[in-house]
Design a protein around this ligand. Structure first.
Ligand code: NAP
Length: 308
């Protein structure tokens, strides 16, 4: 039987696995350092069709994983270091444990991680006042003063969304102008609930020792003045980092490091792509799952064409 290897175990990779396994391909999923992807840290996802009461990200990923296993998906926990195309199609993978693996078809679904502030306490407070997704967690902070850090489109969208729930939203941006498109930036600036701290960076989180975020330490980068902002939550929107390092130089990347694709196809025969690793725009569990389904169907057709 020809081999199908799926890289990544978020909604895209696991949905691809369900489809491929049901088709009898016994796919192998290679789990990287963060099995399940960023979704796993989301306390409650309320917008996945079929879960009217919402579902925790961890539980959702567990269900998907069980579903993939039920039909014969195999899992191996290892990072992929490098992908090298094979002349007849498919690719050889060099793995973090030093092994190499040949695959007739591959689905890359390694996702994208949120860029982090890298401040002390950030990890401990994630899900306890610090979030990277307003649509996931905004409703938990109804009536609170909420801060958003970042000056791009995502920060504007997050701030505008959060303004529906919050008593006030403060955007903290390190420069004196937004990077966001004018229309989104203007919408945020026009919103009476949204204020902006220009030229400011977050230098500290208060208070990891209490297990919840209560305030931010800020520094004005022009005057060097330090200040404190009492908030109930901080939404970090400073860009995403697609997990595409192993494919640089082999597959085409855009300026932000996302894989450039033709739908779910790449220029390499037998190498397909699904989910956020190639999607800087929608970045939803449902859209990732949808493209995982598409990639699996394309991979099945490709393997059939080889006489699998
Ligand atoms: P982005 O455009 O890369 O913006 C990131 C923002 O975070 C920038 O303002 C940047 O500041 C700031 N930043 C980066 N690192 C930082 C750090 N360590 N500390 C503090 N601030 C930091 O990312 P994005 O907003 O997530 O957007 C990603 C892509 O998706 C963009 O192409 C965007 O247009 C697109 N997008 C589109 C829509 C839409 O069209 N509706 C919605 C969301 C995203 P500087 O400006 O100083 O660099």
């Amino acid at each position: 039987m020809k081999s199908l290897v799926i890289l990544g175990s978020g909604p895209a990779g696991l949905t691809a696995a369900v489809y491929a396994a049901r088709a009898g391909l016994a796919p192998l999923v290679l789990d990287g350092p963060n099995p399940g992807g960023p979704l796993i840290t989301t306390p409650l996802i309320e917008n996945i069709p079929g879960f009217p009461d919402g579902i925790a990200g961890f539980d959702f990923i567990q269900l998907l994983r069980r579903q993939a296993e039920k039909f014969g998906t195999r899992f191996h926990s290892v990072q992929v270091e490098n992908l090298a195309p094979r002349p007849g199609g498919g690719a050889d993978l060099r793995l973090g444990d030093g092994a190499t693996m040949a695959a007739d078809a591959i689905i890359i679904a390694t996702g994208a991680g949120h860029r982090r502030l890298d401040l002390p306490g950030e990890t401990e407070l994630s899900g306890h006042g610090i979030s990277y997704c307003a649509t996931c967690d905004g409703a938990f902070h109804r009536g609170q003063h909420i801060a958003v850090v970042g000056g791009g489109d995502t920060a504007m969208e997050e701030a505008l969304f959060l303004a529906r729930f919050a008593s006030q939203v403060t955007i903290i941006h390190r420069r004196d102008a937004f990077r966001a498109t004018r229309i989104l930036a203007q919408r945020a600036l026009d919103n009476p609930k949204i204020a902006v701290r220009w030229n400011s960076v977050v230098t500290g989180l208060v208070d990891p020792a209490q297990g919840k975020l209560t305030a931010l330490k800020l520094r004005d980068v022009k005057s060097d003045k330090e200040s404190r902002l009492e908030v109930g939550a901080l939404f970090v929107a400073i860009g995403l980092v697609p997990a595409t390092k192993p494919y640089a130089g082999v597959l085409e990347l855009d300026a932000n490091g996302y894989l450039l694709t033709d739908g779910v196809r790449t220029k390499l025969p037998g190498v397909f792509v699904a989910g956020d690793v190639a999607d800087a725009l929608y970045r939803q569990a449902v859209t990732a799952a949808g493209s995982g389904c598409q990639a699996a169907i394309e991979a099945m057709h490709y393997l059939e064409s080889l006489g699998a």
